[in-house]
Ligand binder design. Structure first.
Ligand SMILES: *[C@@H]1O[C@H](CO)[C@@H](O)[C@H](O)[C@H]1NC(C)=O
Ligand SMILES: *[C@@H]1O[C@H](CO)[C@@H](O)[C@H](O)[C@H]1NC(C)=O
Ligand SMILES: *[C@@H]1O[C@H](CO)[C@@H](O)[C@H](O)[C@H]1NC(C)=O
Ligand SMILES: *[C@@H]1O[C@H](CO)[C@@H](O)[C@H](O)[C@H]1NC(C)=O
Ligand SMILES: *[C@@H]1O[C@H](CO)[C@@H](O)[C@H](O)[C@H]1NC(C)=O
Ligand SMILES: *[C@@H]1O[C@H](CO)[C@@H](O)[C@H](O)[C@H]1NC(C)=O
Length: 253
């Protein structure tokens, strides 16, 4: 009787550990493969030539006394729809801005700041507003003017009631992940590896406030770690209970 109980306990613990390792391995491998495959198959029909992520540029605006008053670094990708003069129909185009081709300027007022980027026939203007009561700033406006060779007429779109990149005065706003800012029906802006500070710049970026996307990224490892810790605890407890039971078996006989 006794040897049988002991033999059953140890393999059971080992099998449980093996199963655990297998399930962890499987969830990790099944997690990876669909995320890699899915975007490639689904994005092909949408845009014929999807560009890669855009290069990141540095844009610093200075005030009248040559002090940097607005700082931004980001990669920018335009997603626009317009009437094509060659096809005669509405087409969707995704294009990257190139930091080395961009000329930039801007303005800084106590509660309103702008950043204007120009590349060839494309001009993109950011407007930031500061609420001096709450000491919060946000991206309140985006304006795009573009004349691409295939456009029937110049595209000019603007939205001055946006509420993106909300940050606290003295801090910078950061979003490492790609983020889509919907502006109008014909225009959305994709930002990459973004950090901005439109007010109260003091030589360099202030402490960063991160967007929800980046925070979600931190949350996943924490949840996985906690789940693993719980599983390990269960295994240890199962082992200990198994041991004390086989000991009890010894003592009664
Ligand atoms: C903007 O300022 C930052 C920090 O001072 C600096 O690293 C960067 O080179 C500046 N960029 C430009 C274009 O002046
Ligand atoms: C430029 O910015 C610096 C630092 O914020 C400030 O001390 C200075 O008064 C500003 N100059 C003008 C003309 O606004
Ligand atoms: C561009 O916008 C269209 C329409 O809103 C959307 O279907 C498409 O996924 C967007 N593409 C990118 C790369 O953002
Ligand atoms: C500024 O913030 C205060 C407090 O949150 C709010 O009551 C007020 O409506 C805001 N002002 C503007 C112009 O958004
Ligand atoms: C810019 O616009 C002008 C006039 O509309 C046109 O001749 C030129 O080819 C455009 N340049 C680019 C790079 O699209
Ligand atoms: C401007 O943006 C706001 C907020 O995203 C949206 O509700 C509104 O429809 C936009 N206006 C236009 C003209 O697209």
């Amino acid at each position: 009787m006794i040897p049988i109980i002991r033999k059953q306990n140890k393999p059971a613990g080992a099998i449980f550990c093996l199963l655990l390792a297998l399930t962890i391995h499987q969830t990790m491998t099944t997690d990876v493969s669909p995320t890699v495959v899915a975007p490639e198959t689904s994005s092909h029909p949408a845009s014929p030539v999807p560009p890669g992520p855009p290069e990141r540029g540095n844009y610093n605006v200075t005030n009248a006394t040559d002090t940097v008053c607005l700082m931004a670094r980001m990669g920018l990708q335009l997603n626009i729809s317009f009437i094509s003069s060659s096809h005669g129909t509405t087409v969707q185009e995704v294009l990257n801005l190139h930091p080395n081709l961009i000329k930039f300027s801007g303005s800084c007022a106590p509660d309103f700041a702008t950043l204007k980027l120009t590349e060839d026939n494309i001009t993109l203007t950011f407007s930031f507003s500061l609420n001096s009561t709450s000491n919060k700033y946000h991206l309140s406006g985006l304006e795009l003017s573009a004349a691409l060779p295939d456009m029937a007429k110049r595209l000019v779109v603007a939205n001055t009631t946006l509420n993106y990149m909300v940050g606290t005065l003295g801090h910078s706003y950061m979003c490492q992940k790609e983020k889509t800012l919907s502006v109008t029906q014909d225009f959305s802006l994709n930002t990459f590896q973004l950090q901005v500070q439109p007010f109260s710049v003091n030589g360099d970026f202030g402490a960063a406030e991160e967007c929800e996307l980046d925070e979600d990224d931190m949350l996943i490892p924490i949840i996985v770690g906690a789940a693993l810790a719980v599983l390990v605890l269960i295994v240890i407890m199962a082992y200990l209970i198994g041991r004390s039971r086989s000991h009890a078996g010894y003592q009664t006989i």
